[in-house]
Design a protein around this ligand. Structure first.
Ligand SMILES: [Fe+2]
Ligand SMILES: [Fe+2]
Length: 265
């Protein structure tokens, strides 16, 4: 099975011609499916651009959502609406609501959005303020402590979901692919070939998901787990365990690209 993976494609920043060129570059890979690890667009145009993309590439599209996908909306509402809408659309699969998906008899796909959960780095001292806090309704009007509590809760929500689906997936398959937007380890939080610093790590890594990945992979070390993520827009690969690899894809606003083409047995 041949898979195209891309991340942080931010389609809302592209003119229609540029979007068509990007979709054509995916089509020319003749893949059986496409994975997108979040930051596809922004809430008001998300459904329209997902539909346009799936029709253009003409193969099943499996995705999770990134923080930008909730801009000008609220997290719970966007998730609920996309989940319900995808059930009515052929070829569009929102992983955060689907459980494990068998790709081949040996390989299964799982995924959840993830969120920068404020646990790595130094949230208290960090001068970083993401646009998330202005453009996502859940964060508007919250003080700094309340924002941190929300980040923790969003990370926990992803971790709880992934603990259940990963445990199920690792029982029955030789290989698990886990799609998530936010790098789940600080070692996977790449910035210009190095690990992000303590100012950025709180927002660019999801420790709660990383803890779950370590725990379930250690229990079932014969199963190979590959995590595909994005969010930092800088690429890198790290093996956290012999059977746990995390690949972070690069991205550039206005110029989306294919991060990798995977051959899955
Ligand atoms: Fe992004
Ligand atoms: Fe992001």
């Amino acid at each position: 099975m041949r898979i195209v993976w891309a991340t942080d494609i931010h389609l809302n920043f592209l003119r229609p011609r540029k979007r068509a060129d990007f979709f054509e570059s995916i089509r020319s890979e003749h893949s059986d499916a496409v994975f997108i690890s979040g930051d596809i667009a922004e809430a008001p145009c998300l459904q329209e651009l997902l539909r346009e993309m799936q029709q253009a590439i003409d193969v099943p599209l499996y995705f999770v959502l990134g923080n930008h996908d909730f801009y000008h909306g609220s997290i719970e509402t966007v998730r609920r609406e996309i989940q319900a809408w995808c059930l009515t659309q052929s070829g569009l699969h929102y992983l955060s609501a689907l459980g494990p998906i068998e790709l081949t008899p040996k390989t299964v796909l799982v995924g959840h959005d993830g969120w920068g959960d404020g646990r790595f780095g130094n949230y208290e001292q960090s001068p970083v303020r993401l646009t998330d806090q202005e453009l996502i309704r859940d964060f508007q009007g919250l003080n700094r402590d309340a924002v941190l509590a929300k980040l923790h809760a969003l990370g926990e929500e992803s971790a709880t979901y992934l603990r259940a689906v990963l445990s199920e997936a690792l029982e029955s398959y030789d290989q698990v692919i886990c799609l998530t937007h936010v790098p789940p380890f600080k070692e996977a939080c790449w910035y210009q070939g190095k690990m992000g610093n303590d100012d950025w790590l709180p927002f660019f890594s999801c420790k709660a998901v990383g803890d779950v990945l370590m725990e379930v992979t250690q229990e079932k070390s014969a199963t190979k787990v590959t995590v595909l993520c994005g969010h930092t827009h800088h690429s890198g690969t790290v093996d956290m365990l012999p059977s746990l690899r995390v690949i972070t894809g690069s991205a550039e606003y206005g110029d989306p690209c294919i991060s990798d083409v995977l051959e899955i047995s």
